[in-house]
Structures are given as structure tokens and as C-alpha cells.
Write a protein that binds this ligand. Sequence first.
Ligand SMILES: [Zn+2]
Ligand SMILES: [Zn+2]
Length: 391
Amino acid sequence: MSPVNTVLTIPEPGASQLQQLPYPKVAPGYVLVKVAIAPICIEHQIYRDHTFEWHEDEYHLGHEGVGTIVEVAEGSRHAVGDRVVMYQGNPCGECFVCREGLSPTHCMAIPYEEMPGQIGSDPHACLESLGGAQLINTPGGLRSIEIACGSESGGFGFSQFRLAPESMVQKIPDDLPFRYAAAANCSNGCTYTGVEEAGVKAGDVVLVGGIGFIGFGAIINAKYRGATVIALGRNAFRMELAQRIGADYIIDPDDPDWLAKIHELTGDKKGCDAVFECSGYPYYQKRCLAAVRRYGQMRLFGFLVGSDEPLPIHLLDEIHNRHVTLTGSHDVNVSHREGLIEMLRDPEVQRATDLMITHEFNMSDGDAAFEACLSKKAGKVYLYPQEDCPR
Ligand SMILES: [Zn+2]
Ligand SMILES: [Zn+2]
């Protein structure tokens, strides 16, 4: 029997399905990883709505993962047996973003300027600048890995065996368990760079609003840097978890005195040094912006795929007159990878990460895993593609 690669697909809303595909082929510049954990990022939204980011479709899903290298091409700088974390994407390695060690999700090979709104989040949309090629085949995306390797499987996260560009795998220390290394992706990892770039330090007051697993990651990062953290949220399960993870104060954004409470906690500065909005909803964007102090920073981690809702900003009052810096990002700079892995070895970070990981499932239990994500009583949810879930 020839070996196969089992992948998880979502052929229609509300129903996931395992599929057996040909075993991956490895080309120079790539490695093959036996995936130990494939965390769920936004795929529960795909399970619910079938709206996609440009780099995924119903048969190509998942972009987070950790595992062990099982095959390398000749001349590889990696070795079979290396335990690694895999980062998302297939960057060019040559543009200024890549050369300066910034985040590969912003690599110039990806023509974001030509895909506003990702063409309505239709996974089968085509881009004229690509000669009419499907969005998912865009350079820089995970499908381009399969294309480069001439492989019928393995480019994506929800796979038993995953192909990854050499530049996108990082060896992890022997003493770092996979469950913590997996947080280097879209939880503690994708928020690390934002918190680092915001210059969060001991003594700062940080607000994290609209909290799910991205918010939990932001709290973990801010506490690791010694900041005081205010969690802004309404969901009782998540707020209790935020507190156990390390948030110092919980404020309900529906409380008429919510902003007065933030002003009280921040004294003369009348606002937070850094604010991280993690939901993508205007309700939270509006409040988060109001909570930033003068000369403070607001970073948008949250986004809604396919939404064209404008940011609810009154420019003069909220940005100019208060000199607020507003930006958004969602991945790890290459130059931050070592610091990130160092953080993931911290015992307090590991304690908080254990709390953040609320559910673990075998990959064959995809429906149950996505339903758990959608329950609003979940933090980060891990899938085990080798069907060896510890729980
Ligand atoms: Zn993600
Ligand atoms: Zn590049």
C-alpha cells in the first residue's frame, strides 16, 4: 500500500471531512514534517460561514503547526528528527520585508494591493495580475508550497504530513514541549510582534479588548513584559479565563462607567499606554480607541474576513487631537522568533498557556473541535493529526 497523507477539509458549512491524498513530495528548499499539533486559527469561522482568506479554500486549510522533520532535500540546513515550529507562508526571501527580517505574511510577493477585500472572500476568485490564476495559488501562500514541490498534498496545517519552506521552520529546544511551541503561531506568537513593536514594558498599563485566543495571547505577552493588564470584555467564561491567565482588571464595556474606570486606573495619563483590539468588531474598535492615552498606541489584531465595515473613527477628536498611533498586524517577525521561543520556555507563560488551551481533539473529530471554538467557551483549540490526542 502506498503511503498517504490524511488532511482535514470542510467541503460544506457545518461538516468537516478527512480526505486521503497522495503522500507529499519534497523539493529543494523545503522540508517534510510529521505534524504533532495543528492548532485551529479562524477555520471555525470557515466551518460556520464558508468565508475564506485568500490563502485557504474548503480543501486547503490550517496554517499553524509543530512537529518532527521526517524528510529533507539534499543540501538542507535542517535534519531529519529536528523538532520544529512551522510559520505561515512561503515568502520570496528577497524583498525588503524578507531582507529586513520582518513578517513573511507581509512579503512583497503577495499582491495585497490588488486584492482589496480579498475579492469578497470567494476562495475560487481569480486575480487578473496573476493571469487569471486563483487567489489561493498566489505566490507567498501555502498552496504555492505544493506547487513548488509538485506535490498533491502537504502545504497546509490540517495535514498529517506538512511541507514547509526551510526559512519558515524553526528548531525548538529539546526541553520545550510541542504544546507550548505550538503557541508560537496564532496566539502567543502572532501577538508577540505587536506587543514588542508597541514597546510594552514594566509599569505600562495595557488594555486588551474583544478577547478570544488572540486576546489571551496578547495578555500573556503583556504580562511577560511586566505590564498591568486590563481586559475589556463581556463573555463571563472568557473574562474569568482572562483573569486566571493574568489580567489584573476586568472591565465590562457595557458598563456605563467603563471609560471612567479606565481613567481611574490610569491616573494623570487618562488612558492606556497600549491597546490591543482582538475581535475585529466596530463595537470593540470604538471603545478600544477611546481607551488609548494621548501619544498612545492602538493595534488591531482582530479582523473579520470579508467584512467591508469601515473603522468607526472620528479622525480629529480620536487620532489627531490625541496623537494616537493606529496600526494592525498579525504575524511574527523573523527577527523576533528567538525571543518568542525564549518566552515560551518561561514557566509563568507555560502556566498561562495551559489555561489558554481549553480543548484538544484528534483531527478526525474536526466537527467537535470547530463546535467547541464556536461555543464562545473556548480559548485555543488544538488538533492532533496523528490521532494521539492526550485527552
Ligand atoms: Zn492564524
Ligand atoms: Zn519577500
